[in-house]
Design a protein around this ligand. Structure first.
Ligand SMILES: CC(C)(COP(=O)(O)OP(=O)(O)OC[C@H]1O[C@@H](n2cnc3c(N)ncnc32)[C@H](O)[C@@H]1OP(=O)(O)O)[C@@H](O)C(=O)NCCC(=O)NCCS
Length: 242
């Protein structure tokens, strides 16, 4: 459950972010460690194109690890176009420039006989790795699956994918290796009041964080436009007086 202290720290972080001008932020890479709370939001139809853009930024080897085979741009686009937002759940992490740096896909079985199972897939941009985002997305997806009545979440990964298998093992999944491929199974507990309330709060925090980032982006670009008009006016005045 998200405690009030964490909420307070999260709102301070969001406020500080809003006031930091882009000049201070543009050159900096993603922060080296994840903030105390990672705003993970559920993504809908209007994020489809940004999901495609995120996946297209992955290197060929990352795409191979993500999908289990070598994937061309057209296949990535087809995959993004085919995401069923009504059936499945997509989670994302946006940075302050509103770039989608991490995406997880919780895919529900199409066959109703297997509606207590869901498959998890994830990708994090290389510039944002090693900060716990992959693991946090896994936890978020597991919480959502629990609240949706799923009892088994599974992950299909290549056996060489040490990071993904570590995330699964750390969460308590059983990993079965079959040559080059591995399957991990995580048994989920039944939903509880705590899991439902936690998910609601986390989603609210993520939506608020996204709104603040959007407003900050518009605010700083508005200021940049004003500055440009001011400079253009000064230049024009100087030209006319010389
Ligand atoms: C797999 C992936 C999502 C991990 O994302 P991430 O945000 O870097 O992962 P985290 O920072 O949450 O690390 C999770 C754990 O893996 C470990 N780990 C990370 N990279 C590792 C690596 N290259 N080798 C071994 N362990 C690694 C971390 O130490 C951490 O374990 P710990 O908490 O016990 O220290 C990311 O590497 C990725 O996008 N890869 C390409 C796509 C892919 O493989 N998707 C998974 C298939 S569905």
């Amino acid at each position: 459950m998200v405690d009030p202290k964490t909420l307070f720290i999260a709102s301070l972080e969001a406020g500080r972010e809003f006031l930091r001008p882009p000049a201070e932020r543009e050159d900096t890479q993603e922060p080296r460690s994840a903030p105390s709370i990672v705003p993970i939001r559920s993504l809908g139809e209007n994020h489809r194109e940004r999901i495609a853009q995120h996946l297209l930024k992955l290197t060929p080897h990352d795409r191979y690890l993500r999908f289990g085979h070598w994937t061309h741009d057209e296949q990535i686009q087809r995959y993004a176009d085919s995401i069923d937002f009504d059936r499945d759940e997509i989670f994302g992490i946006y940075n302050r420039k509103l770039e989608l740096i991490a995406v997880a896909h919780l895919a529900y079985a199409k066959d109703q006989q297997h509606d207590s199972c869901a498959e998890f897939g994830v990708s994090v941009l290389s510039s944002a790795r090693g900060r716990g985002y992959g693991a946090r997305l896994f936890d978020r997806a597991a919480m959502h699956a629990t609240n949706d009545g799923v009892s088994l979440m599974f992950i299909h990964a290549l056996s060489e994918n040490a990071a993904m298998l570590k995330i699964a093992r750390n969460a308590g999944a059983i990993v079965e290796r079959d040559g080059m491929e591995s399957e991990a199974y995580l048994r989920l507990p039944p939903a509880s009041l705590d899991s439902r309330v936690s998910e609601m709060i986390e989603e609210q925090i993520a939506q608020t964080d996204y709104r603040l980032k959007s407003q900050a982006k518009s605010f700083w670009s508005f200021l940049a436009d004003l500055q440009k008009i001011r400079h253009d006016t000064i230049d024009a005045n100087q030209r006319s007086s010389s």
